[in-house]
Write a protein that binds this ligand. Structure first.
Ligand code: BYC
Length: 472
């Protein structure tokens, strides 16, 4: 396979022309998507040339083509990773059976819900980020924002393809509904909590890419294990795109940390507001917020939904096939953090209902590796400060800690202590106003806002001062 057909209205590597009914359904949806993109996509930049990458094949080497594109003309399409010959269902009650090419009737509703939940996050994030272009810290960052946005748009296409190809009229209705919900809307909100939060500034954007896109990585990796083969193939290709989004987040925060350290040394103070930088304590509060809302995205610690997804063979564990166990988990247990009076204790729970928590553990370990890389920058500057992940029970709205008050270091505290201290732990109105005051656009090629360092290198071998977006 590998080659993508760009001669058709909808680029694809799924031989769409052989399935007239599906082709018509998607061609009917395409103008509605474009209308949504015009209304809810990046505000103010639709007519500009942006240096974007587009997928030209799905094999590991060199799938991307780089060139100037106007975003509404981006070739959104349907790209599935190469099929694995003889693939099996690798876990759950159907383990060992050939992977399904069609939706098993008994799992139709469940699978549809999983795909819709995944699909809903994609347009949601574009909506959340739609005003950021106007305050970009550089053309390099502006281009990265738009690359992330068009690829989230493509991820929506990926889920709509599955809905239209495999769920008949219900699927087509869900595809329409994906364009009708709106992030943060009181009447028709997006499905998951974090996707109704605002992304009003670039510090939030980078934190979102680091923490929330990383949830995407872990959820997609679990769905890539699915016994429903088209879902697996779709998610495997999406993961290659997701990697860039997390890079944008990790490198963005690292550049802000770098700049903070430079300013601290230059002015011999950690109060950077006088000097137009973002101090590390403010960054810690933003980190606490974005980490905690992203932890919620994994669902409840104990979840029969998660157990059912697994037993049915629909959603696996992270790197399921690399694990050395029976892949049934009926007898296994897993250690889960739970509230035990006024403390948090570990308890052995049945492994099947603990799968959300297990995935959250994989995620936390991955986040910790990124935070350690930020701390290396701080350490290299000889500054005595460490950014930390908040405890998993801190500021949670989903699961067993939702009603508890827990400090970032994992102490169960009283409401009174929370009221007295939460301003030290979460972004305050003053923080938000200060960060907002820094959001002045910098659009001269090669120039960067004062609060962020330039990147070490440009995109696709281009220099940092390349004109990544043509604004003229
Ligand atoms: N907010 O058993 P529970 C990405 C609901 S991000 C609101 O605890 P379950 C991306 C839940 O739906 C990845 N509601 O959870 C990143 C259920 O409702 P019902 C997105 C929530 O079902 C950046 C009830 O609470 N992909 O790709 O085991 C940019 C009890 O549920 C939340 C996926 O999420 C919440 N946070 O697991 C762009 C993968 N959490 O059934 C993109 C697909 C739970 O009682 N989704 N609820 O009405 C899933 O696998 C599961 O739906 C979840 C929840 C892991 C999200």
């Amino acid at each position: 396979m590998a080659g993508i057909d760009y001669t058709t209205l909808i680029p694809n590597n799924v031989s769409l022309h052989e399935n007239r009914r599906l082709q018509r359904a998607l061609e009917d949806w395409q103008p509605k998507f474009l209308e949504w993109w015009q209304d809810m996509g990046p505000n103010g930049y639709q007519a500009k040339d942006v240096y974007l990458r587009t997928a030209i094949s799905v094999d590991a080497q060199g799938w991307a083509h780089f060139g100037y594109v106007r975003m509404p003309e981006y070739r959104w399409g349907i790209f599935l990773a190469e099929p694995e010959q003889g693939r099996l269902v690798n876990f759950g009650d159907h383990k060992g059976q050939p992977a399904w090419q069609e939706v098993p009737g008994e799992y139709r509703g469940t699978l549809r819900r999983l795909i819709v939940t995944q699909g809903d996050t994609e347009p949601a994030s574009v909506e959340q980020q739609r005003h950021l272009g106007r305050t970009c810290p550089s053309l390099y960052d502006l281009r990265n924002l738009f690359q992330v946005n068009v690829e989230e748009g493509r991820h929506l296409w990926a889920m709509v393809y599955l809905l239209d190809a495999h769920f008949g009229r219900d699927g087509r209705e869900e595809s329409e509904a994906l364009l009708q919900r709106r992030s943060g809307d009181a009447d028709k909100p997006r499905i998951l909590g974090a996707f109704n939060e605002k992304t009003p500034d670039w510090l939030s954007f980078f934190m979102f890419c680091f923490f929330t896109d990383r949830d995407g990585k872990y959820q997609l990796a679990s769905l890539a294990e699915s016994g429903f083969d088209p879902l697996s193939q779709t998610c495997r290709f999406m993961l290659t795109e997701e990697a860039h989004h997390m890079f944008v987040g990790e490198a963005g925060i690292m550049r802000i940390v770098q700049r903070a350290c430079e300013l601290m040394r230059e002015h011999k103070t950690d109060d950077l507001r006088k000097h137009g930088g973002i101090d590390l304590r403010t960054m810690q509060r933003y980190l606490n917020f974005h980490c905690s809302v992203s932890l919620d995205l994994f669902g409840s610690e104990i979840s029969t939904n998660a157990a059912n997804f697994y037993t049915a063979g629909l959603k696996g564990r992270f790197e399921e096939t690399k694990k050395q166990d029976d892949h049934l988990l009926k007898e296994a247990t897993y250690s889960v953090a739970e509230l035990d009076g006024d403390r948090i204790a570990m308890r052995e729970e049945p492994a099947l209902v603990s799968l959300n928590e297990r995935l959250r553990d994989d995620y936390v370990a991955d986040c910790a590796r990124g935070v350690a890389r930020w701390n290396e920058v701080i350490k290299k500057h000889g500054i005595d400060f460490e950014l930390r992940l908040p405890h998993r029970a801190f500021h949670r709205a989903i699961g067993s800690f939702a009603d508890a008050r827990v400090s970032p270091d994992g102490r169960v505290i009283s409401q009174a202590e929370w009221d007295a201290k939460h301003r030290e732990w979460l972004p305050t109105e003053e923080d938000k106003a200060y960060i907002q005051s820094l959001m002045q656009p910098v659009t001269e090629p090669g120039k960067f806002a004062n609060w962020i360092s330039p990147p070490a290198r440009g995109i696709n071998g281009q220099p940092v001062e390349f004109e990544y977006v043509r604004l003229a």
